[in-house]
Design a protein around this ligand. Structure first.
Ligand SMILES: NC(=O)C1=CN([C@@H]2O[C@H](COP(=O)(O)OP(=O)(O)OC[C@H]3O[C@@H](n4cnc5c(N)ncnc54)[C@H](OP(=O)(O)O)[C@@H]3O)[C@@H](O)[C@H]2O)C=CC1
Ligand SMILES: O=CCCC(=O)O
Length: 287
C-alpha cells in the first residue's frame, strides 16, 4: 500500500500507528501537540506539520481523534485536511463520533473529489497494540477494499456496514451497552464487598458463568485495588453515552439504564476522574 497518514497520536492512535510501522507500512503522523510525535519517529514515522501537509503527502489518511469537535476541527480548520483533499485521496476517520458529524465530514471530503470512510473501532489500548481491533466501517466501498491491507494489520475483523452513519451508530450502540455493563459490574463488586463476600471470589464466579467477558476479567482485579490506568479514558466513555442517548432520542428509544449510567460517568467526571480509565466510575459508589 502507499504511504499512510495518521492524524491523532493519543492512546489509540499511537498504538495503531506503531502497529502499522511494525508491519512495514510507511506512516506520516501529525498530532495537535506535535511533540507527542517524537516517539513515533523513533519507530520510523515521518512527521507532517499540519493535517493538510499529511494529506498532501499521503494517498490514504487515517484520523483517530477524541470527539466530534476534534474530528471536525482537523478537517475544517485552517491547515486542515480539507485544504489538500482531492480526487485519488482517501480519508478514513476511525474516531468515535455521531452519525451527523461523520456525514458532515463525508460531504466535505467527497465534495472536493476525495473518498471517505468512517471506521470506528471496538477494542481498546491492548487490542490496538496487538492488531486485534474490530473495525466498523461504512461509506465508500471502493476505499474500504483499498485499505483492507491496513485494516488487516489493525484489526481481527472488519465489517462493512453500508451507508455513512452506520459505523458510527454501531459503535455507539456497542459502547452504550459497555458503559451500562461497567456500572452494573461496579455495583456488583461493591455489593459483594459490603455484604461480606470476597470480591475476588465474585470475579471467579462471574468468569465461569454466562456473563463472563474480557472486560470484567481484565479490569476487575485493578478496580478492587482502586486502580484505573487509562486504556479507555472515562471522559470518552461519557461522550459515547451522551451520543448514544442522543441517538435514542432521535429514534424514540427509551434507555433508562443507559441514562443512569451516563449520570454515573458525569459524576465521575465531576470528581476529576475524566482522564482515568472508564472503570473509575467505580469510585462514584464509595464517594
Ligand atoms: N482508548 C480506547 O480504548 C478507545 C478509544 N476510542 C475512540 O478513539 C478516539 C481516540 O481515543 P484515545 O486515543 O483513547 O484518546 P486520547 O485522549 O488518548 O487521544 C485523543 C487524540 O485527539 C487529539 N485531539 C483532541 N482534541 C483535539 C482537537 N481539538 N484538535 C486536534 N486534535 C485533538 C489529541 O491530541 P493532543 O495529544 O494534542 O491532546 C489526541 O491525539 C476517541 O474517539 C475514542 O472514543 C475507540 C475505541 C477504544
Ligand atoms: O471505545 C472504546 C472501546 C473500548 C473497548 O472496546 O474495550
Amino acid at each position: 500500500m502507499e504511504e499512510i497518514g495518521f492524524l491523532g497520536i493519543g492512546i489509540m492512535g499511537k498504538a495503531m500507528a506503531v502497529n502499522l510501522l511494525r508491519h512495514g507500512f510507511k506512516v506520516t503522523v501529525w498530532n495537535r501537540t506535535l511533540s507527542r510525535c517524537d516517539e513515533l519517529v523513533q519507530h520510523g514515522a515521518s512527521v507532517g506539520e499540519t493535517p493538510a501537509a499529511v494529506i498532501k503527502k499521503c494517498k490514504y489518511t487515517i484520523a483517530m481523534l477524541s470527539d466530534p469537535a476534534a474530528a471536525l476541527s482537523v478537517v475544517f480548520d485552517k491547515h486542515g485536511a480539507l485544504e489538500q483533499i482531492c480526487a485519488g485521496k482517501g480519508y478514513i476517520d476511525m474516531s468515535t463520533v455521531d452519525a451527523d458529524t461523520s456525514s458532515q465530514i463525508s460531504q466535505a471530503i467527497t465534495s472536493k473529489g476525495g473518498s471517505f470512510l468512517e471506521a470506528p473501532v471496538s477494542g481498546s489500548k491492548k487490542p490496538a497494540e496487538d492488531g486485534q481491533l474490530v473495525i466498523l466501517a461504512a461509506g465508500d466501498k471502493d476505499l474500504f477494499v483499498q485499505v483492507v491491507p491496513a485494516f488487516d494489520v489493525l484489526g481481527k475483523k472488519s465489517f462493512f456496514l453500508g451507508q455513512i452513519g452506520n459505523g458510527a451508530k454501531m459503535k455507539l450502540v456497542v459502547n452504550m451497552i459497555m458503559g451500562s455493563m461497567m456500572n452494573a459490574f461496579s455495583e456488583g463488586i461493591v455489593l459483594a464487598d459490603k455484604s461480606g463476600l470476597d470480591p475476588h471470589t465474585l470475579l471467579d464466579v462471574l468468569d465461569l458463568g454466562a456473563i463472563a467477558n474480557p472486560m470484567f476479567k481484565m479490569k476487575g482485579p485493578a478496580m478492587i485495588k482502586n486502580s484505573y490506568p487509562p486504556a479507555f479514558p472515562l471522559k470518552h466513555q461519557q461522550k459515547d453515552m451522551r451520543l448514544a442517548l442522543a441517538l435514542g432520542d432521535e429514534n424514540a428509544v427509551p434507555m433508562p439504564v443507559a441514562a443512569a449510567a451516563n449520570e454515573a460517568f458525569k459524576k465521575a467526571r465531576s470528581l476529576g476522574l475524566g482522564d482515568h480509565d472508564f472503570s473509575a466510575v467505580f469510585e462514584t459508589l464509595s464517594k
